[in-house]
Design a protein around this ligand. Structure first.
Ligand code: NAD
Length: 303
């Protein structure tokens, strides 16, 4: 029985399995609609095990029963966007896939992490279609935006990213909200270390990071960064670490918003979200969250 199931063994799914194996987080089973793909990639990774000292197995399966035995299910199934398109353009293409997976996981007792784009609407849809409690359905949003901001700040400041903490909340789109007050280098507010215009430049680069990768590579959306972020969330849940990471989840009155999924920092453990942290926001940030909520409702209401 594997700890972690990955549904969709494409670029994000397979690389997430790879990062999980590299960190010895737990055993992985991958599932894909494409015959043999999950099994083939699992075998390829296991053949690296003697060199990379993997302690846990990676396997492929065609069986939903095997997927349901896991304690974390990472959903990476679905289409990626073309250069020039937006994440929300994928909603109509990917929603049936999300519904199908949600129905297969309706009695799931573990925690689900959705990566499939557009991630916030898909997190909302998955909760509705599966009936699982909102605390156990997370979306891969703010955690990736935050790690991208950390990388960019590290590069600009010439400081290792390890010492940089950053929190990006809200919608996983160009409406994301970076929180300068909560962005620090070994506890020192980043605003003390760089000009305001440079900080704004780093935030703008973060906002566009996903688009730039799609434009550069032309063939695929990003997957190394997203896979590393997914493995990080997975580790916090499987190991019950109570680490704080910004994840998307369906809101229940946060900042006056109900029923839409966006990212906030959350304490993560074996039951999914243990506690939600609500940063202090200024009026502009709260207004952006309200606009994002309206847009997410519009995307989700498409017939
Ligand atoms: P990919 O095309 O490489 O892989 C997708 C895989 O899903 C394919 O192997 C396909 O056979 C499989 N699949 C399709 N329908 C399925 C189903 N019903 N059940 C099981 N498997 C199914 O794509 P990718 O690069 O791995 O991206 C996957 C998804 O993740 C996309 O929607 C992409 O936009 C999204 N993504 C999200 C983030 C994020 O930050 N949330 C970042 C990057 C990519």
């Amino acid at each position: 029985m594997a700890n972690i199931a990955i549904i969709g063994a494409g670029n994000v799914g397979a690389n997430t399995a790879f990062f999980i194996a590299e960190r010895n987080i737990g055993s992985v089973v991958m599932y894909d609609v494409q015959d043999g793909l999950a099994q083939g990639k699992a075998l390829d990774m296991m053949e690296a095990a003697p060199i990379r000292a993997y302690q846990y197995a990676i396997s492929g399966t065609d069986s939903w029963d095997e997927v349901r035995e896991s304690s974390v299910a990472i959903v990476t199934a679905g289409s990626v966007r073309e250069p020039g398109s937006k994440r929300e353009d994928l909603y109509l293409r990917n929603r049936d896939i999300i519904d199908d997976i949600a129905h297969n996981l309706a009695d799931y007792s573990g925690t689900v992490l959705i990566a499939t784009e557009p991630v916030d609407p898909m997190t909302m849809r998955f909760v509705t279609a599966s009936g699982l409690p909102r605390e156990r359905v997370l979306g891969l949003g703010g955690v990736l935006d935050s790690v991208r901001l950390r990388y960019i700040l590290a590069r600009v400041l010439g400081i290792t990213a390890e010492n940089i903490t950053a929190t990006v909340i809200g919608r996983h789109s160009d409406q994301m909200i970076a929180l300068p007050e909560y962005t620090r280098v070994s506890g020192v507010p980043v605003s003390m270390l760089m000009e305001q215009t440079d900080l704004e430049g780093a935030i703008e680069e973060t906002r566009r990071a996903g688009d730039v990768i799609v434009e550069m590579s032309q063939r695929a959306s990003s997957y190394y960064g997203p896979s590393a972020a997914a493995a990080d969330v997975c580790q916090a849940v499987v190991w019950d670490t109570h680490r704080v990471l910004p994840v998307s989840f369906v809101w229940d009155g946060q900042y006056g918003i109900d029923g839409v999924a966006m990212s906030l920092p959350a304490v993560l453990g074996k039951t999914g979200i243990d506690r939600i942290l609500e940063p202090v926001l200024d009026d502009n940030m709260v207004a952006t969250l309200s606009d994002s909520a309206e847009e997410l409702r519009t995307i989700s209401a498409q017939a």
